[in-house]
Design a protein around this ligand. Structure first.
Ligand SMILES: Cc1cc2nc3c(=O)[nH]c(=O)nc-3n(C[C@H](O)[C@H](O)[C@H](O)COP(=O)(O)O)c2cc1C
Length: 176
């Protein structure tokens, strides 16, 4: 939710890739729009749920998979993302999660990737082995997508893996 944040460029492009190239129905959720208050209690225990948390919960529950795009802040992921996750729990059970990390520096946010995976595992989700670290986002992305050709290929491989794990999970779960 940082002022002049760069990560939405990556999120919007991946969302377009999922829809246009992958033929996958997906919804793009922006934590800034959800405007979640500081978590006072988990959603399922609230009788006065914040509307943004209800929307988040329904969207995550409805998805067969989840793709999180997060910037790296101080080698971690932003507090607003932890705040959002802490509202949830059953919505994430056995949910395949792909993570794209975004940084201004040259390491693509791989330190926050490890931390976010641990949190998701604790919640019963299934962070997939593949990831998409995006380095130097100020130069490597504009509003239309990546300006760095290497990202295209890495993103395709990452999305294919997320699709594989998601389809495998859907098959294992069986008919709804
Ligand atoms: C509080 C804060 C801490 C940051 N820490 C890191 C960091 O540890 N490593 C890094 O590569 N970039 C770091 N950055 C830079 C972000 O990666 C940069 O802002 C980038 O554009 C992605 O985040 P954004 O969506 O906020 O723009 C930090 C930025 C902020 C605001």
């Amino acid at each position: 939710m940082r002022r002049n944040r760069q990560s939405p460029k990556v999120a919007r492009w991946l969302h377009r890739r999922l829809t246009a190239d992958g033929g996958i129905a997906s919804e793009l959720l922006d934590l800034e729009e959800l405007a979640l208050p500081i978590m006072e209690e988990r959603l399922r225990l609230r009788d006065d749920p914040p509307p943004g948390a209800v929307r988040l919960s329904r969207a995550v529950a409805a998805g067969d998979g989840l793709l999180i795009v997060t910037p790296e802040y101080n080698n971690g992921y932003p507090g607003v993302l932890k705040n959002a996750l802490d509202y949830l729990l059953p919505e994430l059970k056995r949910k395949p999660v792909g993570i794209a990390t975004v940084s201004a520096g040259g390491f693509g946010g791989i330190s926050c990737l490890a931390q976010l995976r641990l949190v998701l595992l604790a919640m019963g989700a299934a962070p997939i082995p593949a990831s998409l670290p995006v380095s130097r986002v100020g130069q490597s992305f504009d509003d239309d997508g990546p300006t760095d050709e290497g990202i295209e290929g890495r993103a395709s491989a990452f999305l294919a893996e997320l699709r594989w794990w998601t389809e495998a999970t859907v098959r294992q779960r069986g008919p709804a």
